[in-house]
Ligand binder design. Structure first.
Ligand SMILES: [Ca+2]
Ligand SMILES: [Ca+2]
Ligand SMILES: [Ca+2]
Length: 557
């Protein structure tokens, strides 16, 4: 997956590293780019980590896809679409890349045309200039007429099985007057799942897709359309998947915008299809009294979390954090916010994959740290799993950054005799570590004084405080004498200098080195180069000895 280039680059070299932790972890936001017009979506280029795609809802009646390349907004749009309709919830609304984008250059957009009809259209990227789409490449995938100007959904997202998920609002007005969300024979108020790679409807120019054979309502044509994946949604403006290749659970988080009372977050494990999310009969866990529950799907799945209109008025769903910079305490938490009150929270998710249960943990407001304003219309996630958000009215994209932290940017085993690694990520629960072993000669006599370990490139945003602290966990498969040493690069000489050590003999051993004066070891850009080394003394005939650097964790204070 090229999408995960940054993470997998670390994964290939193998170790279990914890960088940063503790309750004092903080966030800040950093301006990435301005000069946009009504940004409503931020999506990573799947083939080039330098590019973030931003959807501009409309300027006049023109919707555009722009590219922020290495932090600079390119003047030439990737794609322009006109005319789009110009209501507050209309225009160009979403973009998604299929998982096989590298092979076919396809990109899908979602917009409301001049008549207000929802259009899902595929374009193809120019092969000579990948920063633009071929204007003549438009292919209509699906059109859905809209009875009212509002509640058009807008998001598009390809799931891990490379199928397109389209969340459609209930059509609009208020209180879903046509009870469309509960009606299995209309597409509005639903999550759809289609396979746009082939056309099962050659006679129909408004439909270019196939029905995935395991869609939940196939075989119930009298009651449900086969495109439908779940029903009972009011306006699922943003929904995302938390993919397993980033240590997620392949679960969907669907944020559904409420009517007059509740904003809600729905959680759906992969293959938990065919659900009824309740609208218009239920708004969150509040019964609306409007009635009209679908008689063929009367079990309603409540949200895992909701908030009332004392707190906000229009939820903007985000992402489960799977990046590196913000540290383990944010890993696995769901970032979301409110479009109207400009507030952001992290919701901790306590997930039991085996039992397919999820429990919301701490819900912590991050508004003061991140300062969202001017309408929070979207979050975005880049190739490293780091997060962004929009300031809609201000036309800006901001990145969520750590504050007072040290985080890892690179990892290299510095001895070639590493037996196994398989680093997945920088968190403890993945159960992998770097394992290395002293080499043996032909008689299986271990060499003396073997040294092995890791070089770790670290970055800190903290350039004024004096101290670095390190925690290293070392394990061995048998009792051997050893010393764990930490070296940091002295930037004035370029050489690594030992800053502390600890003995290990029983397993596992925690070595803590605190109060390292950071001055010589942190360059002007906040970079720290560390070398974690285990020196092992083995003598005589020996069974294979392995040493594992399980965790390496640094903080700045
Ligand atoms: Ca509508
Ligand atoms: Ca067709
Ligand atoms: Ca609901």
């Amino acid at each position: 997956m090229k999408f995960l280039k940054g993470v997998l680059a670390c994964a290939a070299s193998g170790a279990l590293i914890l960088v940063g932790s503790n309750a004092s972890a903080q966030l800040r936001s950093e301006l990435v780019a301005g000069g946009l017009t009504l940004p409503v979506a931020i999506v990573q280029d799947p083939v080039d980590p330098a590019n973030l795609f931003v959807v501009e809802q409309r300027a006049g009646n023109v919707g555009r896809v722009r590219i922020i390349r290495n932090g600079a907004l390119l003047a030439t749009p990737f794609l322009s679409i006109s005319p789009v309709s110009t209501g507050s919830e209309q225009g160009l609304l979403g973009i998604a890349f299929p998982l096989d984008h590298a092979a076919n250059g396809h990109v899908y957009v979602n917009y409301t045309d001049a008549g207000g009809t929802t259009n899902i259209v595929r374009f193809t990227r120019n092969t000579l200039n990948p920063l633009v789409a071929d204007a003549g490449s438009a292919l209509t995938i699906l059109k859905v007429p809209q009875p009212f100007a509002n509640h058009n959904g807008g998001n598009l997202f390809f799931g891990v099985e490379n199928l397109l998920y389209i969340g459609l609002g209930d059509g609009g007005s208020g209180n879903d007057p046509g009870n469309r969300a509960q009606n299995g024979l209309v597409l509005l108020g639903k999550m759809l799942r289609i396979d746009p790679k082939t056309d099962s409807f050659p006679a129909d120019p408004d439909r270019h897709y196939a029905i995935p054979p395991d869609n939940p309502f196939i075989g119930q044509p009298a009651n449900f359309l086969p495109e439908i994946y779940s029903i009972g949604l009011r306006n699922p403006w943003k929904y995302t998947q938390d993919p397993a290749h980033m240590l997620g659970h392949n679960s969907w988080l669907i944020a559904d915008v409420g009517q007059n009372a509740r904003e809600e977050i729905n959680y759906e494990f992969q293959a938990q299809s065919g659900r009824n999310y309740g609208w218009r009969v239920w708004e969150g866990t509040l019964n609306t009294g409007l009635g009209g529950l679908n008689p063929n799907l009367t079990t309603v799945t409540p949200p895992i979390f909701e908030y009332t209109h004392a707190t906000g008025f229009s939820i903007t769903g985000g992402y489960v954090y799977r990046g590196i910079e913000l540290g383990p305490e944010f890993f696995g938490s769901y970032f979301y916010g409110d479009h109207v009150t400009n507030r952001i929270w992290t919701l901790q998710l306590i997930v039991n994959s085996a039992a397919q249960t999820v429990t919301p943990g701490a819900n912590v407001e991050r508004t003061a740290a991140l300062s969202p304003s001017n309408g929070l219309s979207s979050f975005g996630m880049d190739s490293g799993g780091e997060l962004y958000f929009t300031k809609y009215g201000a036309g800006q994209i901001w990145r969520i950054r750590p504050s007072n932290r040290v985080w890892m940017t690179g990892l290299t085993p510095f001895d070639s005799r590493i037996l196994s690694g398989g680093l997945r990520h920088l968190v403890a629960q993945d159960g992998h570590s770097v394992v290395f072993t002293p080499p043996f000669d032909a008689d299986r006599n271990a060499y003396l004084n073997f040294k092995g370990g890791l070089e770790v490139a670290l970055q800190t945003d903290q350039t004024t405080t004096p101290n670095l602290n390190a925690t290293i966990q070392i394990s061995t498969n048998q009792s051997v004498g050893g010393t764990c040493r930490l070296f940091l690069r002295n930037w004035s000489t370029g050489n690594f200098v030992e800053v502390g050590s600890g003995a290990f003999g029983t397993s596992p051993t925690i070595v803590t080195i605190n109060g390292i004066s950071a001055g010589p070891y942190r360059n002007g850009a906040g970079r720290i180069d560390a070398r974690v080394r285990a020196d092992v003394s083995v003598s005589g005939f020996a069974s294979r000895t392995t040493v594992s650097v399980d965790q390496f964790h640094m903080t700045s204070n």
